[in-house]
Each structure stands twice: as C-alpha cells, then as structure tokens.
Design a protein around this ligand. Structure first.
Ligand code: NDP
Length: 323
C-alpha cells in the first residue's frame, strides 16, 4: 500500500463501469474508494476523452461493452461479480483480460445458502407448508442426513465451500467438475462421461456451474431423467443452465419432487412465468450469495495494488473455456 491517504496525482483515474441506472453504483464507488485511498475511483461518465485514453484498468459490475470500448488503452477489467458470462460472451474474443471476483466471504455466504435450502428439502418443509395450507396434521418418516446424498454440479470456489458445509452437516456429498478433483470426504466425478453415474446416486442436486456454451441447458431432460424419482434440484448458478421446459415437465410429472430456483433465464422473473405458481417450485430473487461490498472491495484493491506495483495480473478468465 502506498501509505498515502490521498490519491496519487501520477495515477490515471480508475473508472467504475456498471449498467446504466444501477442502483448500488454510488455505494460501490464509496466502498472501492475507501479500499483504494491512493487511487481516484470515479464513475465512467465523469471522465473526458483524454482521461479515458489514460485508463489501463477498470472495475466493472455488469458493464455495457460499448462503454468499455470508450477506453482505448484498457488492458484488463476486474469484475465485482463472480459470474462473468456476459463479459466473456461480449469481449472474450478481444485482448482484454477479464478478472472475476474470487472472495472467501462470497463462498461462505453461498455455502450457507446451499446448506439452508438443502435442509429445507431434507426436512420436507415444502410438504409441511402444503399440509398447513390444507389444515392437515400428518407426520411423515424422516431420513437421516447420512442417508441423503447431495451432489454438487461444479466444485470450484463456491462448490468446494458448499461441499465442506454439507459434509459438516452430516450429508453424503458428491461433486462434479470438468477436470478431475480430489476432496476429502467427497466422491468426485469429472467430465461428461461420469455425470450420469453421479446423478443416479443423487437425492438433492445443487447447481454451482458457470454459464458457458458447454453448461447451457446441461440440466435438461436427459440429466433430470438420470436422477432417481423424487430427487430435488437447487439452482444457485445461472438460469439457462437448467432447461426450463424439461424442468417443468419433470416437476409436472412428479418425477422431480421440488426445485429451489434463485436464478432465471430472465431476471427479474416476469410476472407471467410458470415458476411463480408451481406448487413444487420455490422462487428466490437471486439472493443466494450477494457480493459483500466491503470484502469484495478489499480483494479488488489488493489485486489492483499488486498490479500497479509489479505489473502482475491476477488470474484471468480463460475465454476459450468460458469461465
Ligand atoms: P469456479 O470457476 O470457481 O468453479 C466452476 C466449477 O464448475 C469448477 O469446478 C469447474 O470445473 C466446473 N465446470 C465448469 N464447466 C464445466 C463443465 N463443462 N463440466 C463440468 N464441470 C464444469 O466458479 P465459482 O464456484 O466461483 O462460481 C460458479 C458460478 O456461481 C458463477 O459462475 C456464477 O454464475 C454463480 N454465482 C451465483 C451467485 C448467486 O447469487 N446466485 C453468486 C455468485 C456466483 P474445474 O474444477 O475442472 O475447472
């Protein structure tokens, strides 16, 4: 750190670029400025052409690609979100390096959400809510956590933290990744060929994959049919990873017992969407793991400071891989 509490005059301004009308823009500017007192963190629209021409790095929150193209010397962007599929789709074929947020606090928040909604399904809460609505007093046999298998699609930063939390709660845990992984206590599977075997052993399937051309629609009719009857699904990753029509058919037929959905093809979920009223669906408004502004700002600050000092870039997204 520079030790100075005022911006260094020699540094070009550091733009924060977000979608137009983003309600948290001001709060982000304040948090980022507090984490980077030696920089001048500013909204993009306050910069003139000369200042824009000096910018080599920008901090972004779902920016419009056209806005980034007004920064001709831009080398890299640091996203304050973990999921960067839109940036990769829009700018992955340029030289721009895209760095996404990897924050242990975010992983912890997601792990908490995964455990919370796993317990919701494990303890049959949707069924008891339906019974209450029907004024029905009826107890069902329970299942022990150690007899329930929770499988994670994705064993990255979020999947790994979730696996640990589920193991600590006593569940059997399986996980699926693109490349082989090893995690104590977790039965790991890798690659398309090993997916059906995992699905066949799954009671609760939790999706924590990035959205890429390979994962789009991967939870479709085939995958859902590979699950045992009465399994459930939690999607906390991105809406298009689950094939909507296949999901609806699986829920309508009763083969899939319940779906907890935090993410959707279109957000906010349109009022006319079938998910709102489906008795076997829990709709959440993309709240499973909100970014913590303070911890995220500290991580972004550390990465930018390291780059300013040494030229060393944090690990960037592999555009060809899509995540
Ligand atoms: P990571 O990049 O750390 O992990 C991704 C995991 O998915 C890795 O294990 C990777 O395999 C695996 N994977 C990727 N592609 C494939 C594939 N084709 N087949 C099998 N496995 C695959 O991501 P994070 O854990 O940090 O985040 C995951 C996603 O969660 C984000 O992309 C974002 O969309 C979503 N998210 C949702 C939030 C919410 O509030 N709902 C909040 C934050 C993130 P490998 O290990 O081999 O690389």
């Amino acid at each position: 750190m520079s030790g100075s509490l005022s911006p260094r005059a020699s540094l070009p301004p550091l733009p924060f670029v977000c979608a137009p009308g983003y309600p948290a823009a001001q709060a982000w500017l304040q948090a980022l400025q507090a984490a980077l007192p030696e920089e001048r963190v500013v909204a993009l629209d306050t910069l003139d052409a000369d200042q824009r021409a000096a910018c080599e790095v920008a901090i972004v929150a779902n920016p419009q690609p056209a806005d980034l193209r007004t920064l001709p010397r831009l080398q890299w962007v640091h996203s304050v979100w973990a999921g960067v599929e839109r940036l990769v789709a829009d700018l992955g074929d340029t030289d721009l390096r895209i760095v996404r947020l990897v924050d242990p606090q975010l992983a912890d928040t997601m792990a908490e959400a995964v455990l919370a909604w796993t317990l919701y399904l494990h303890r049959d809460m949707p069924r008891y809510a339906r019974q209450q609505a029907a004024r029905q007093w009826l107890a069902h046999d329970g299942v022990r956590a150690q007899d329930r298998t929770v499988s994670l699609l994705g064993l990255g930063a979020l999947g790994e933290a979730s696996a640990r939390r589920l193991l600590a709660a006593g569940f059997k845990v399986r996980g699926w990744s693109r490349t082989p992984r090893q995690m104590e206590g977790v039965q790991c599977h890798a690659g398309d060929a090993e997916l059906p075997a995992m699905l066949a052993q799954t009671d609760i399937l939790v999706c924590l994959l990035p959205l890429t051309p390979q994962t789009r629609g991967i939870v479709g009719a085939q995958a859902l049919a590979a699950l045992p009857a009465h399994a459930s699904l939690i999607n906390f990753a991105r809406g298009p990873i689950v094939d909507d029509a296949a999901l609806r058919a699986a829920l309508d037929s009763g083969r899939l017992a319940h779906a907890v959905l935090d993410v959707f093809e279109q957000e906010p979920l349109p009022e006319s969407s079938w998910q709102w009223a489906h008795p076997a669906v829990t709709v959440l408004p993309h709240i499973s793991a909100p970014t913590d502004r303070a911890t995220a700002s500290a991580i972004v600050a550390g990465n930018i400071r390291r780059w300013r000092a040494s030229g060393e870039l944090p690990q960037a997204v592999d555009a060809a891989r899509g995540y």
